[in-house]
Design a protein around this ligand. Sequence first.
Ligand code: TIU
Length: 727
Amino acid sequence: MATSQLPSLLSIDAKPYAFAFPPQHTALLVIDMQRDFLLAGGFGAIQGGNLEAVQASIAPTKKLLEVCRRAGLTVFHTREGHKPDMSDCPSSKLVRQAEAPENTQHTLVIGDKGPMGRLLVRGEYGHDIVDELAPLPGEVVIDKPGKGSFWNTTILHKLKARAITHLIVAGVTTECCFATTIREANDRGFECCGIEEATAGYNAEFKCSSLEMLYWSQGLFGFVSSLQPLVDTLEPYTTAPTSLTSPPITPPAWDGNVTIPSLQAAYRAGLSPVTVAEGVLKYIEQYETENPGVWIHRVPKDVVLEAAKALAAKYPDKSALPPLFGVPFNIKDSLDVAGLPTTTACPPLTHIASTSSPVYDSVIAQGALFIGKTNLDQLATGLTGCRSPYGRPHSVFHNDYISGGSSSGNCVSVGASLVSFSIATDTAGSGRVPSGFNGVVGYKPTRGLLSTVGLVPACLSLDCIAIISRTVADARTVWQVAEAYDPRDRYAKNPLGFERHVNATGPGARKFTFGIPPPEALSVCAPVYRAMFHKAIARLQAMGGELRPIDWSPFEKAGRLLYDGTFVSERLASLPDDWLEKNRGHLHPVIRELFEAVEARGSTAVQAYRDLQAKALYTRQAELVLGYGDGGVDVVVVPTAPTHWTVEEVLEDPIRKNSALGEFTHFGNVLDLCCVAVPAGAYAEGELRPGAGDAPLPFSVTFLGGSRMDAETLEIARRFEQGLLNR
Ligand code: TIU
């Protein structure tokens, strides 16, 4: 995670010319500094013999790693190796050298037992990185079966997910994995700079020629530089190692800023997570009187403080904190947390969870501080925030206006800075609409990237975890912590990288194309919403966006499919057959009315199949809109909602007012899109309702990206957000 004081561009002397890199988009990539390649008795000794040279690269690599860490650069490590059953090891690695007619050298091959365990096998002692260069919490470790780092790994996805476009590369061996990786990275659009002292190989002559090949012909594959210029360039932006600073006598106070980088910086400077926990709990107490109905379960104060103390004790080294250390969060009460009731805002459905949802576990494992479970529209069905027996929170902007739903408590609590982030869900817009009404970011990843295990289904084949945060960067951080392929989730998607190159420099790094709904589609918006949307379009154009006409029909038709077709029946499919009959009387009246209407339709299997076929057709058509093809665009931008109702308006006509809110969200999961709702300024209440006051209300736009285009979509959203902040 880059620190904010870093300039947007740095430059070092390099061959064939100066290497300019944006530190926020640059990662240090340390290749295969494993015992197996560096120490006696490993695979490298067999492959190349001479270990002196590679061992000499450890100290400079350590120096490089330390300066990059202290400057806040993203750090990636790779390890070459194979699964214990060798199923990912091709014969080209296993057989060719051993079968050489005169072979006396390759008497042991990958998988054979050496003094440090089986050679190049994951989990063995020799496979791991040497102690001097051991990865810190939060650094990414890529296990790769090939010489290059991109073959059969998630590295492309993980680099793009962090918006990395530039790589500083170190590691062994220069002639093999180091060079192969730089060549692979170059094909994928990354700008790479190898650091001469921080790489070495088994053949002294090869090192020189391998490096020359990289920068030959004015930079065939990239750049090569030396360690010292890089150290000199980064040093002014580094924080002192905490071992050199005396512990503060009085622990620093907390300024109340809950964004993740700000908390990280404060913790590095000595702030205690206990101070943050106390501050957050006190503020939540106060806020409860202002806006009740945010929480369904709050973790008792002593339990939160104990957890904060335990975190402080677990991570005494302030320079090696996990990415969510002491970051307060909450979770929608349709997701399981072991030992707590999951209500889904529907008391007859309550169960005590025996295990936690994997998304919860993954953020806890990276140091996040759990504060409680939040209110929602019953059964996660609704976009208003007015459908819960646990109270009705209002927008953080105005007491009379709805919070939006179904993730009402999630978005209000982030909007009010009660927590840093919140884990919500989004089936038909439940993460996006309330984010828009509370001035926060609502990110709905491509379905299948985050496990939905432990989620009470609303509509199983369309449910999606959503991340609510104050900034796009924070959403991205939480995404990367929580993302994992979960074979227990039947809708989980392949975690391998989606092969689309990055544009590291030049006009391609700034430009993008986007589409918007046509005027007829936007005519459902309140006039001030249309005006605010046009301002957002102008901003997008000013930051390099090219507006192109698109075919809106797949989006519109897919949206209709959700509630006008048979798909709404799926909301009953996860409940036992007689559940509705038995629990009718316990349901929120609006939910009951909705479910009874679904029953009364008597949809047939034939209709359901037609809808499934239509879904496939619209998904293909949307792929053409959001794709490489002629007329394709990078993102489609829509107003997150068409208007902002008051609570009173919704109560007067709850079903119609609700469904109007989903005009620009309903199609999201039907079409397998990723979506990021981002604040896009504020307007005066009087502009929405003539005669009303000038209290500010929030406006939001949503960026829609194609399936698994999350990294690209988030980056455009982040740039839009940043442009707004810089104004
Ligand atoms: N053979 C050789 O020189 N190297 C490898 O097999 N792996 C790496 O370079 N990491």
